[in-house]
Design a protein around this ligand. Structure first.
Ligand SMILES: *[C@@H]1O[C@H](CO)[C@@H](O)[C@H](O)[C@H]1NC(C)=O
Ligand SMILES: *[C@@H]1O[C@H](CO)[C@@H](O)[C@H](O)[C@H]1NC(C)=O
Length: 361
């Protein structure tokens, strides 16, 4: 029995939570529907202002216009344009409260010209004034004048839903959005006002705008003698930071390893003039590593008979001279066309005439 009771109470809790959720969402969306309706009402009011008016200004026309301005005909025209035909929520709200529009139009308009306030907030009670929220339009956290002290958004503000709590803008935290998140500091602060500004790049946390105001240095920066956070030169610290064929480049708060020019064997920067030594096949010429011409040396590098030397960038090739070709590492004369072997008889027999082997017959 205790188990089934706890299962039932679990479902009751789930149901309550879900109903609350739908209810809260409905309260917010009813208000936005109502705002849309009053907004369209005001637009419709402007649109119909000059209707049925010829543009002349005879006394008769003036009288006719004055009559139209407050007429039921004009009200009906405005109401027809309040909702998209596809919006169920909007049409439902207008139908349900059509009487209120008539009352306002004929009786309350001059005393309460703000339709949003009269209709949405005070009459059908789906919205709240700015800076307030919830069923009774209570003040948002931080007060209705400047909800969240101007540094956040009040949940449910202007609607009959929400809980009035703040979601702080970036840089701010706390119930009242007066505190700064890590990496920001209070440039101005009193009980009702706070301005959080981002810390200098070198600080993890700080109390002011310069690198001397850091509480902690960010990774890649360190305190100097005057307790200011300055960049660590990772490249000076340890010469083995990068690989042998790379050079180290210091950056603010970090460093990078970059590939040396391929003519270098180790380097202190980019380009062929920053080599520590030249790669094999290159030699230094006026401070730059340049290709070595192996073929143009006192001692021949291609030693086999009938070989030519061909220089390449960083190396050389030994090729057989014209009229010779390589066979197993030696250059032998290439046979002329007439000396070519005739194809063997076997190769001349077409496939179809070859004996076919039959199996499993
Ligand atoms: C309420 O807030 C909206 C949007 O922030 C603004 O356009 C409107 O003027 C405010 N209304 C009043 C009465 O302050
Ligand atoms: C807080 O600071 C703001 C901005 O400097 C100022 O306008 C406001 O009057 C101050 N409030 C108090 C209570 O000191």
């Amino acid at each position: 029995m205790p188990t089934s009771i706890s299962i039932i109470s679990f479902y009751v809790v789930v149901l309550v939570v879900q109903v609350q959720h739908i209810y809260t969402k409905d309260l917010k969306s009813s208000c936005s529907t109502c705002r849309q309706i009053t907004d369209n009402f005001n637009k419709g009011f402007d649109r119909t202002a000059k209707k049925n008016f010829g543009g002349g200004n005879t006394a008769w026309e003036e009288r006719k216009l004055a009559k139209y301005e407050i007429s039921e005909i004009r009200l009906v025209e405005i109401i027809e344009g309040l909702c998209d035909s596809s919006s169920f929520e909007c049409n439902h709200m207008v139908e349900e409260h059509e009487d209120h529009f008539e009352t306002w139009w004929f009786k309350s308009k001059s005393k309460h010209p703000d339709l949003l306030k009269w209709f949405c907030i005070e009459t059908i009670k789906v919205c709240c004034p700015n800076g307030t929220f919830g069923p009774d339009c209570n003040d948002c956290v931080g007060g209705s004048e400047r909800p969240c002290h101007g540094n956040g958004v009040c949940n449910g503000e202007g609607t009959r839903g929400g809980d009035g709590k703040c979601s702080c803008n970036h840089g701010y935290k706390g119930e009242f959005c007066l505190d700064c998140i890590d990496g920001y500091f209070n440039e101005q602060r009193n009980d009702t006002f706070s301005l959080c500004t981002v810390c200098p790049t070198s600080c993890k946390t700080c109390t002011g705008p310069t690198n001397k105001d850091c509480d902690d240095c960010k990774e890649g920066w360190e305190e100097d003698d005057e307790e200011a956070c300055i960049d660590v030169d990772e490249c000076a610290e340890d010469s083995s930071t990068c690989k042998e064929d790379q050079f180290c480049l210091n950056t603010q708060g970090s460093f990078s390893c970059n590939a040396c020019d391929k003519v270098c064997s180790g380097c202190k920067g980019p380009g062929p003039d920053q080599c520590l030594a030249c790669s094999e096949g290159f030699m230094e010429e006026e401070g730059i590593c340049t290709d070595m011409d192996e073929c143009d040396q006192p001692e021949a590098v291609c030693t086999e008979e009938h070989q030519d030397c061909l220089n390449t960038v960083g190396s050389y090739e030994c090729q057989c001279a014209d009229g010779f070709h390589d066979e197993g590492g030696t250059c032998i004369p290439t046979p002329t066309l007439e000396e070519n072997q005739q194809p063997s008889e076997d190769q001349l027999v077409p496939d179809s005439q070859k004996p076919v082997e039959h199996e499993d017959l």
